[in-house]
Design a binder for this molecule. Structure first.
Ligand code: PMP
Length: 306
């Protein structure tokens, strides 16, 4: 991670190294908090813009609402803080932005409503999440032995801190087994999503991605679906089984951090040509055109910081 100068904490810009919390902070013990992952890009005209800032900030507030936390800042205040944070840190080449809503120090029982609600926003330069080579050649994926938390026992639509134990166990298993990323099934056995991304396949020219029945409502997935439709592809949202995934012509992940990352192998089954597929490449390019401000139709989603 490349350190930046400041981190925003509850309305103030704090030196990166002074951005500390008490060891008895409630979230550290019981895991109730909400995060976002938002990204800013250098645009084609040499400026810098945050992509879908409003959507990300709204999701943060909604995630907190689902996990019974009232965020003490409005969407407008948090949007402004994110813009100012990038400006003050001079992150004009682009950055990953990580807002965090967490419960602070003051209460030790599980009942959390009396615990203080704190908000921090950090930002730093972050390259390709699954590696530059993966963006060109595709990554290797393992279907996790653990399923995604079921809808009856979790808050799957929330980008809740607690959900990432499940993600982390799946990711850890995949990496320890020599793969790059994990794909989780839901409790019915259908493909849900990756540890931190959504999943698509291409089969006979049709682009298929699961509904968000048991996955985060992904902002990148929505963008890529829109782009694919703009480009004239048929996009279907339906459940996918493991064996159908193995025989896909192409497969890829979408997410703010992974952007559009091709998949070349799932559980030792080579996907398509064993490298980035042609439709994946088209969508990957289209996505970068959007976030870098080259697609007029989507410039309404860019918040310029300079
Ligand atoms: N699923 C999970 C579990 C994630 O953490 C992410 C990353 N935020 C995604 C999907 C993709 O969501 P988005 O496109 O909004 O970044």
């Amino acid at each position: 991670m490349t350190e930046a100068k400041y981190i925003w904490m509850d309305g103030k810009f704090v030196d990166w190294h002074d951005a500390k919390v008490h060891v008895l902070s409630h979230t550290l013990h019981y895991g109730n908090g909400a995060i976002e992952g938002t990204k800013a890009y250098k645009t084609h005209d040499g400026r810098c813009a945050i992509f879908k800032l409003e959507e990300h900030t709204k999701r943060l507030i909604n995630s907190a609402k689902m996990t019974l936390i009232d965020v003490p800042f409005s969407t407008e205040e948090l949007n402004k803080a994110q813009i100012e944070l990038l400006q003050k840190n001079e992150l004009t080449e682009g950055a990953y932005i990580r807002p965090l809503v967490y419960l602070g120090y003051g209460v030790m029982g599980l009942y959390h409503k009396q615990a203080p609600v704190n908000v921090s926003i950090s930002a730093w330069e972050w390259g390709a999440y699954l590696g530059e080579e993966g963006m060109k050649k595709g990554v290797r994926v393992k279907i996790a032995s653990m399923t995604r938390n079921s809808n009856t026992s979790g808050m799957g639509k929330a980008k809740a801190v607690a959900n990432y134990l499940n993600s982390q166990m799946a990711k850890g298993e995949a990496v320890e087994c020599g793969y790059d990323e994990a794909l989780l099934r839901d409790d019915q056995g259908y493909i849900a999503e990756a540890s931190g991304a959504c999943f698509f396949i291409v089969r006979d020219g049709e682009i298929i991605t699961p509904p968000n029945d048991n996955s985060l409502e992904s902002i990148t997935q929505a963008t890529v679906i829109d782009l694919a439709k703009d480009l004239g592809y048929t996009v279907t949202r339906r459940r996918l089984t493991r064996e159908e995934v193995y025989i896909a012509d192409e497969a890829f992940f979408t997410g703010t951090a992974v952007e559009v990352t091709p998949i070349r192998d799932i559980d030792a089954r080579i996907i398509g040509c064993g490298s980035r597929g042609p439709i994946t490449e088209v969508l990957q390019k289209a996505y970068f055109d959007v976030v870098q401000g080259r697609n007029e139709k989507y410039t309404k989603y860019l918040t310029y910081i300079n």
